[in-house]
Design a protein around this ligand. Structure first.
Ligand SMILES: Nc1nc2c(ncn2[C@@H]2O[C@H](COP(=O)(O)OP(=O)(O)OP(=O)(O)O)[C@@H](O)[C@H]2O)c(=O)[nH]1
Ligand SMILES: *[C@@H]1O[C@H](CO)[C@@H](O)[C@H](O)[C@H]1NC(C)=O
Length: 472
């Protein structure tokens, strides 16, 4: 359209003025002379010299001199181009434009009044713009390359080539956009999967300027071109590694005594400030000394195993010592019953008396200890029930149950019976013994949980004794 209008003007000018039209091409940003010279001898010095700049048939006066005096002084700042007044006398009215821009394009008319008549010289200025060096980037997800270059005129052509001389242009799509400066920005996208290492080059061409600018990049297949695969190929091992670390860390936490919850439990036991006695009740060979040893060993994480409660001792050292200290405030003791059938009936008065007195000054937690190896006969069951009721008459609640030697018998078969009798908690242990005291966090934890339950029970029972008795 623009060219068509300019052409129309050219035709009109040609017919009326009959002058030659000069074509000037300039590169944007350069300085340009638009020549306009006359035969000085024929020139009338007192008559005006003027320049018009026409764009799409819209003409603006840009220079106007009379007798070598600038008539447009007031517009000096805004108008384009400069004429040298001292050269006018020599018949030289050439216009100088510095740092030429797209807006300077168009038709230039230089008019001088000669002796006979006004004479006009016409020039057409075309401005070309050399586009900026292309930027070449790679899109990791789409296996595509983008080449972009700004500020070209006319729109730049883009070609894609490989280092081996291959022409990849057919695999590309190119788009031009006219920017506010009247220049073209170009973006070209090449989509292609490379199977071998290759150098990819993008070239932007300015045909009228006969100028090209190139940018290249190295492409490694399976890495950049196979981006999605490479992402998964790196992410999966990383994810697996992190997972393995987590699992290893959890196993580590589980197996070592450094488990923070064990340390916390030990601290809780340590900080129990009530004077408290854990009273184990049981018959010979049910493993009571081993339960005591185990509790002390589990609590004192840094200590070696010690047979403090006299496990495996035969008469006459039987059941010595009577009380084993656990912490400053807590001790563990045992009520060793007779081995015969009526193990409780024959002993109860002495024990009950002793416990009631102890109850005045201490918090007590009663635990009935029973070996998983031992069979429950009807008499045994009867005796245990009587014992449970008697304990409740002292403290207000039934004793806990600790089933020992769980690795020899089935604790699960015994549990329901003790639950039925009223035992709030039934623990089953594999005791630490002189033959088997390999410490593990899991084993420690069982005894620590047991002691915590005893502490909680003793503290609870003491404060809730009265209502519990009245309930029944
Ligand atoms: N495998 C295994 N053996 C245990 C367990 N508890 C105790 N023992 C062993 O059983 C035997 C008896 O254990 P002690 O702790 O001495 O118990 P006790 O014979 O009832 O001792 P007294 O109360 O003094 O009669 C010992 O050889 C212990 O090592 C246990 O939970 N598992
Ligand atoms: C006209 O004057 C300018 C400025 O001095 C000069 O550069 C140019 O060459 C002159 N043109 C001619 C044709 O003499």
């Amino acid at each position: 359209m623009q060219l068509f209008v300019v052409g129309l003007i050219l035709l009109v000018v040609k017919r009326t003025g009959g002058s030659l039209v000069k074509k000037i091409t300039a590169v944007r940003g350069s300085d340009v002379w638009i020549e306009c010279t006359f035969d000085a001898a024929r020139m009338r010095q007192d008559e005006p010299v003027w320049w018009l700049h026409c764009e799409n048939s819209n003409c603006i006066e840009i220079q106007h001199f009379i007798g070598g005096v600038d008539q447009l002084q007031d517009r000096a700042a805004s108008r384009r181009g400069r004429v040298y007044p001292d050269k006018l006398r020599e018949g030289n009215a050439s216009l100088f434009i510095e740092n030429v821009q797209m807006s300077d394009e168009g038709l230039y008319k230089c008019t001088v009044v000669l002796r006979e008549r006004p004479d006009t010289k016409i020039s057409v200025l075309t401005v070309l713009a050399s586009s900026e060096p292309p930027q070449l980037t790679e899109a990791l997800d789409t296996r595509s390359f983008t080449c972009s270059s700004r500020n070209g005129f006319p729109p730049a052509l883009v070609t894609w080539t490989g280092g081996s001389g291959m022409n990849y242009t057919p695999d590309s799509v190119t788009q031009h956009t006219l920017n506010p400066e009247g220049l073209y920005d170009v973006v070209s996208k090449l989509t292609r999967r490379f199977t071998e290492e290759e150098t990819v080059c993008c070239t932007v061409w300015n045909q009228p300027l006969q100028e090209h600018k190139t940018n290249c990049m190295r492409v490694t297949p399976g890495q950049e071109t196979d981006a999605q695969h490479s992402m998964t190929a790196t992410l999966i091992p990383v994810a697996l590694f992190i997972l393995a670390c987590c699992v290893a860390f959890m196993i580590y936490r589980y197996h070592y005594k450094g488990r923070p919850n064990l340390a916390r439990i030990r601290k809780r036991i340590f900080s129990c400030s009530n004077h408290m006695v854990i009273v184990l009740i049981g018959r010979p060979h049910h493993g009571m000394p081993s339960v005591i040893n185990s509790c002390v060993f589990a609590y004192k994480a840094e200590k070696h195993f010690e047979n403090l409660a006299g496990a495996d001792k035969k008469l006459p050292h039987y059941a010595q010592p009577e009380e084993v200290p656990l912490t400053e405030h807590i001790t563990i003791t045992r009520a060793l019953l007779q081995p015969e059938d009526r193990f409780w009936t024959s002993e109860r008065e002495a024990y009950l008396d002793k416990w009631r007195r102890k109850e005045q000054s201490h918090r007590l937690c009663f635990v009935f200890v029973h070996s998983c190896i031992d069979k429950l006969t009807a008499t045994t069951k009867d005796e245990i029930q009587k014992l449970f009721e008697d304990v409740k008459s002292v403290t207000g609640s039934y004793p806990f149950t600790a089933l020992t030697m769980k690795n020899f018998g089935t604790a699960d078969e015994l549990k329901p019976f003790f639950k039925y009798l009223g035992s709030k908690r039934v623990f089953s242990f594999r005791n630490y013994t002189i033959h088997d005291y390999k410490r593990s966090a899991k084993r420690d934890e069982e005894f620590l949980d047991f002691m915590i339950a005893c502490i909680d029970e003793a503290v609870d029972t003491k404060s809730e004794t009265v209502p519990l008795i009245e309930d029944n």
